[in-house]
Design a protein around this ligand. Structure first.
Ligand code: ZN
Length: 159
């Protein structure tokens, strides 16, 4: 049996922390995407996080590849890494649903309903809700995703 039995919240937090650290240390899909069709920069001046997100969309507006480059704190890098893992294979409307769900989930003040879509591993990011100054680190890549899809020329800034 390899199934993980989540017995309590501390255990869950520990697992999430390990997932974040793993993605921060070994980011997935890191580097420039040569045949990108869309890209956007994201800047979080408060923390100094700066990244560029690349997407490759096919003729059906499906995301066939995604990558990112740049530098930032562990949370911002882990979030971008998790993002690229999550959006490859999605349609543009699905990716935008994730953008809305993740940003709503991370900035949830209790008044926002839980997102209808299954966040899966992305829930690892929810630990930042206890640290308001880090929420912008975690959402940065997601704002860059939104900008890239919409073809915004200006960098997505958290400020
Ligand atoms: Zn940061």
């Amino acid at each position: 049996m390899n199934a993980v039995d989540i017995r309590n919240e501390d255990e869950l937090r520990e697992l999430y922390r390990e997932l974040i650290l793993d993605h921060a240390r070994s980011p997935r899909h890191f580097g420039r995407l040569d045949n990108a069709t869309h890209s956007a920069e994201g800047i979080n001046p408060l923390c100094g996080d700066k990244l560029r997100l690349y997407l490759q969309l096919d003729e059906n507006e499906k995301i066939t590849a995604a990558s990112f480059e740049g530098s930032g704190c562990a949370i911002s890098v882990a979030s971008a890494s998790l993002l690229t893992d999550a959006v490859i294979g999605l349609s543009v409307p699905q990716a935008l649903e994730y953008f809305a769900a993740v940003t709503a989930h991370l900035t949830d003040t209790g008044s926002v309903p839980t997102p209808a879509i299954e966040l899966g591993k992305l829930r690892a990011l929810e630990g930042v809700r206890e640290f308001p100054s880090r929420v912008k680190c975690a959402t940065l890549a997601w704002h860059a995703l939104n900008s890239a899809i919409h073809g915004d020329a200006a960098p997505a800034s958290t400020e």
